[in-house]
Ligand binder design. Structure first.
Ligand SMILES: Cc1ncc(C[n+]2csc(CCOP(=O)(O)OP(=O)(O)O)c2C)c(N)n1
Ligand SMILES: [Mg+2]
Length: 563
């Protein structure tokens, strides 16, 4: 943890914890707000299960069919609840199966703790089953990775893991416990958990940014995942509306400015970023999704000045050419900027810039309407969103796991609230879908949960429909089934004029797999039938897959391949 944050603290409050390592670990996790343990059975971690069963009340155990699903579920729990998710993975292959999800959490700044089993210490080096030294494997993709060598280390080790995972910049923390020490007992003071806020931002930096804003004539604000993760959603919207600055959202920032809001100009993104003279980016890295932080500058024009604001100093871009930057608690940043703007003498007037962008948004909405209503046969993927979007409730959680099919969702789904959009993020890992859906159903018990699946992506995790069924977790799955790895097929065609290893079996009845696992579903080939199928899915109250056969030729019109 950096020394510029309010740390969580361990105080001796008089409460004592005692028991075996699993009991201690569960008690500490619960103190940090954990309600569910995502796992797949392995003897190395039995004490965690015993700890969960014997806790009062017991901690919910959610057992899955592949450790990636447990780890992706923990990651999504961290994203949705902003309390670190907990995955418990057995030694060796259990841990290595979780590696992609841990890396994704690191890339997305998702708070999660992974507890690994580990071969016993008293035989280390003798060749026990699954005797793998795991922290070196996980170290490069986590905030911290360490072995808790004895039962006596568990309280402090777990407390430190949760504190680090949950404080900005958030991310995954890994600990493993040797099997013999997992069964051993210890006692110690219960930790006191205080939710720390990030550091106060530097006042001079805030004033400088306010000055830049005040002298800009065509500013654009970009809000990303960390605005949500940092709990700054109210301050962000207050800032947008009071300052009147046109805004684009990405990642879990989507919904911070609700879909349809007059200052949300994501649909005029090209014009906004191409024509801006000042782009202020908050809570998201200046990575490939944002042109590496270069905006405009085409045909000899002057590129926009760029301001980068992050939740912690380490997140401020080191590669982009910045006019200014700030870091710290993002609520303080937004409120500080408003105060500083009020003190600026010359009031900026951006009304004609805003109107210009609003006209472009309006034109884009009209253009989109044609695609959203497409009657084409085979079905154009956009038509699925034409039917789905009007059926989404305000509090819906929409999860994307796929290529082009999910890119279309990014274009057409504009959430009404923050914290309800889960996309693959900058790590772009296929296979997160079922884990995220499990997590969402648990985190938001009364909300619609919609999982958008490419047919390719589905192959990574569809077996975990079994988990949805066993745990009675109804989720609506909507598949864009183009019988291909579409997002790879199109680019390979473009580069080489041919493609290989991009085709999948034609029109596979994936809904029959869901049925075989105890859920329900149907195939749709007629665009006019999509709406009714979605209605049946939402009413079913069981895991339900709407398998829509789509046109493989309807590729997403992208202008970056992320490299
Ligand atoms: C784990 C993983 N493997 C491979 C890729 C590369 N990849 C990105 S998109 C994509 C195609 C996805 O196909 P599908 O889910 O069917 O969606 P579509 O593009 O066809 O709509 C692939 C293979 C990846 N991102 N993640
Ligand atoms: Mg596909």
């Amino acid at each position: 943890m950096s020394d510029d944050q309010t740390p969580d603290s361990t105080d001796d409050t008089g409460d004592q914890l005692s028991g075996h390592s699993g009991e201690l670990a569960v008690a500490v996790a619960r103190a940090h707000g954990v309600e569910t343990m995502f796992t797949l059975s392995g003897a190395h971690v039995f004490p965690m299960y015993d700890g969960a069963v014997k806790a009062d009340p017991p901690m919910r155990l959610l057992d899955v069919r592949h450790e990636q699903t447990a780890a992706f579920a923990a990651e999504a729990t961290g994203k949705l609840t902003r309390v670190p998710g907990l995955a418990v993975l057995t030694a060796g292959p259990g841990v290595t199966n979780g590696v992609s999800a841990i890396a994704q959490a690191q890339f997305a700044g998702s708070p999660m703790v992974v507890v690994g089993g580990r071969a016993p210490a008293n035989r280390w080096g003798s060749g026990s089953l699954q005797e793998l030294d795991q922290p070196p494997i996980v170290a490069s993709i986590s905030k911290a990775a360490r072995t808790l060598h004895s039962a006596g280390d568990v309280i402090e080790g777990m407390h430190g893991a949760f504190a680090a995972a949950g404080s900005s910049h958030r991310g995954p923390v890994f600990v493993d416990v040797p099997m013999d020490e997992f069964f051993n007992s210890a006692s110690g003071a219960a930790p006191t958990v205080t939710r720390g806020r990030g550091a106060e931002p530097d006042g001079d930096a805030i004033s400088e940014i306010a000055e830049l804003l005040a002298s800009a004539s065509r500013p654009v604000l970009i809000l990303g995942t960390d605005v949500w993760a940092d709990g700054a959603e109210e301050a962000a919207l207050r800032f947008v509306e009071t300052a009147g600055v046109p805004t684009i959202t990405n990642g879990m920032g989507r919904g911070l400015v609700p879909g349809g809001h007059p200052l949300l100009v994501t649909k005029a993104r090209g014009q906004a970023l191409g024509g801006s003279d000042l782009v202020v980016v908050v809570g998201t890295p200046l990575d490939f999704r944002l042109g590496y932080g270069i905006f405009g500058g085409k045909d000899g024009a002057t590129p926009a000045q760029v301001v980068h604001i992050a939740d912690s100093p380490g997140q401020v871009s080191g590669h982009a050419d910045l006019a200014s930057s700030a870091s710290g608690d993002l609520t303080s940043v937004f409120d500080g900027l408003l105060t500083a703007l009020e003190q600026v003498v010359r009031r900026p007037d951006w009304s004609s810039w805003v109107t210009e962008l609003q006209d472009t948004v309006k034109a884009a909405v009209e253009r989109d309407a044609t695609l959203l209503g497409a009657e084409a046969d085979p079905i154009h993927p956009a038509r699925i969103y034409g039917e789905l979007v009007p059926r989404l409730a305000e509090d819906s959680v929409v999860i994307g796991d796929g290529g082009d099919f999910v890119s279309f969702a990014g274009k057409f789904v504009e959430p009404k609230r923050p914290g309800g959009w889960l996309d693959p993020g900058p790590y772009g890992c296929l296979g997160a879908g079922l884990g995220a859906a499990i997590a969402a159903r648990i985190a938001r018990p009364s909300a619609q949960v919609v999982l958008l699946l490419g047919d390719g992506a589905a192959g990574f995790s569809l077996m975990d429909v079994d988990t949805l069924v066993r745990h009675n977790l109804p989720v609506v799955m909507v598949m864009g089934n183009n019988s291909a790895w579409g997002l790879e097929k199109g680019p390979m065609q473009m580069l080489y004029g041919y493609d290989v290893v991009a085709d999948l079996a034609q029109r596979t009845p994936y809904h029959d797999i869901v049925k075989a696992l105890g859920g329900a579903g149907e195939q749709v080939t007629d665009p006019r039938q999509i709406g009714a199928a979605l209605d049946r899915a939402f009413a079913a109250n069981v895991p339900y897959l709407v398998n829509v056969i789509t046109d493989v030729e309807a590729v997403y019109p992208r202008n970056t391949f992320g490299i």
